[in-house]
Structures are given as structure tokens and as C-alpha cells.
Design a binder for this molecule. Sequence first.
Ligand SMILES: [Zn+2]
Length: 144
Amino acid sequence: MINVSKLKKGIIIDHIEAGHGFEIYKELHLNDIDDVVVLLKNIPSKKMKQKDLIKIETDLPIDMNVLGLIDPNVTINFVKDGEMYKKIKLTLPKVVEGIMKCKNPRCITQHEEVKEIKFYLVNEDKKQYRCEYCDAYTTFMEKE
Ligand SMILES: [Zn+2]
């Protein structure tokens, strides 16, 4: 159904949880890419009932940490010359730098300009991360 061979180069982000596709689109700033980007929503899937899928025809590097934070269960397919040559499964990143913000109102990072704050994974199920400055737990996605 999804014709991979039509994509000459770039990546296909597959097995996105239905509804997360647009989140990924936003967080990866795909709107700013001048190349072809296709977002498919609510595709019937045997394994997941429904899934989202994104095709990006670009040579630009994709931030896998951001992807892993939003949806650690996605599969990334790399395409070159119309052929899929590499496939990786994502996991939650152990350390995240420069992507998340601390939500603790007393944290120093709320009052002073601190860039590239490091967060360390503490709970894989809850996707919780610990701020390196105040040790408060935080998550990347609000609703989780
Ligand atoms: Zn903090």
C-alpha cells in the first residue's frame, strides 16, 4: 500500500502511534524543509490497528533524540537510490541535551539563561527524565 520505491532518497518514519505523526512533524520542524514531506495519518495496520507514517525526501540529518522522546517505538527506514538500505528501531534516549526544559519553578534554569541542560532518563515506562541542576523529574510530552 505504501510505495517505498517512489521515495528516491531520505527517510521513512514508520510505526508512529496514530496521532503522534503531527507532533513529530512539528518537533522535527519539517515545515521548514523545502524537500518533499508526506505525513500519512491513521493508516490501517495489522500490528497497531492504526498508525501514522512520515516520508521525508531529504539529505538533512534528523534528530533521533527528539523522535525517540515523542515515540520510542517508531521504525526508521533509510532510503537511497530508491532502495531501503538501513532500518533502525528507536529507543528512549538515556541522556537528552538541549531539547527539554525543566518544569520546576525553583530550578535555576528558570531564572538564569542556561542552555543545553542535560536530562537523564530515570523511568522508562513513564518517560521521566531528571534535571541535572535540580534533580526534578520531567517529561517531554505534556500529556504523558
Ligand atoms: Zn531543574
